[in-house]
Design a protein around this ligand. Structure first.
Ligand code: COA
Length: 284
């Protein structure tokens, strides 16, 4: 038990509350138990730049949900997770409600990428679907077409602008962190697109990939895959079916779907046509 957490007075779980960064190791254990890819650095992004809510039992989180603002209008909700032995008891719904209260108090539109299990919690709370994504996994390496170069600091403003236009919300600090994460960070020499990524617990995640056209996105994804050694995951937007063919040809396999959803808003923000791969369900 963490020394600052009081023992529960009743067998019932306490109300959701904001967790402090000393819960990092327990949060990592929770996401690892679920087979998720997040690292300590990912959790620290939420602790530093957002809020991590938790329901604790005996000082240990058994449920989490994180909220991070992308600019003044949008909040991304992620890391919604209930420990395997505590699912189906309403904890997921409780966590979501506290995340939504947090967004409402700040005038932020809640957006998230739902797993099928999460969707069953979010729909009754008023979330509406925007579009689907599919997680693909495969191996890094292979050949890459030319026309790409590594992102430098001077590229960051342009990348942040293109990303904000595609996503519908700005997140320059997050993108700068990804660019410095050691994962592939590539820009098309013509300036017509970029690909970022980050190291993961299990695989390198490639994304976001934002481009003006599909052929640029395809070359960025091929170059990013080629630059990785080891396992790779990509959360591809389903409206770019041509890229699914490319990944299949590269030996990648579709693993699971996500559904991008927003609270009580049916029309997607931004320009989904320019969004090829997400940064991951926890960041959008
Ligand atoms: C999704 C998750 C957070 C839900 O937490 P939970 O505490 O089990 O959810 P709740 O008990 O609040 O359930 C809310 C509703 O969803 C339903 N539900 C939740 N998970 C379900 C499942 N796997 N299958 C069918 N129904 C499900 C519940 O029956 C309940 O409906 P009801 O109110 O009509 O009874 C939890 O299952 C989990 O951690 N899953 C793995 C990680 C994951 O997918 N997280 C979501 C990321 S977007």
């Amino acid at each position: 038990m963490a020394p600052t957490e009081p023992a529960p007075l009743t067998p019932h779980a306490p109300a959701p509350h904001a967790l402090a960064p000393h819960a990092l190791d327990d949060c990592r254990a929770l996401s690892a138990e679920a087979g998720w890819n997040q690292t300590a650095a990912d959790w620290m992004t939420f602790f530093r730049s957002g809020t991590v809510f938790g329901i604790t039992e005996g000082g240990t989180p058994v449920a989490t949900g994180a909220v991070i603002a992308h600019g003044p209008r949008v909040a991304w909700i992620g890391m919604v997770l209930v420990r395997g032995d505590r699912r189906g008891g309403g904890l997921g719904t409780q966590i979501l409600k506290v995340c939504l209260d947090h967004c409402r108090a700040r005038g932020l539109l809640p957006v998230l990428d739902a797993t099928p299990a999460g969707e069953r919690v979010y729909r009754p709370l008023g979330f509406l679907p925007w579009f689907g994504l599919t997680r693909w996994d495969g191996a890094g390496g292979g050949r890459a077409a030319g026309g790409m170069r590594n992102i430098g600091p001077a590229d960051l403003p342009r990348i942040a602008e293109a990303d904000a236009a595609a996503l519908g919300a700005p997140r320059p600090a997050l993108l700068a962190g990804l660019a410095a994460s050691g994962a592939p960070a590539l820009i098309a020499e013509a300036g017509s697109g970029f690909a970022l990524g980050r190291p993961g617990r299990i695989a390198t995640q490639i994304g976001p990939v934002v481009a003006e056209d599909e052929s640029t996105a395809a070359r960025l994804i091929e170059a990013a895959i080629a630059a990785v050694s080891g396992p790779v995951i990509i959360d591809l937007a389903d409206h770019h079916a041509g890229l699914a063919d490319l990944l299949r040809a590269r030996g990648f396999t579709p693993r699971r779907p996500f559904l991008r959803m927003a609270l009580a808003q049916a029309t997607p923000l931004g320009t989904p046509a320019h969004l090829y791969a997400a940064a991951g369900p926890e960041f959008g």
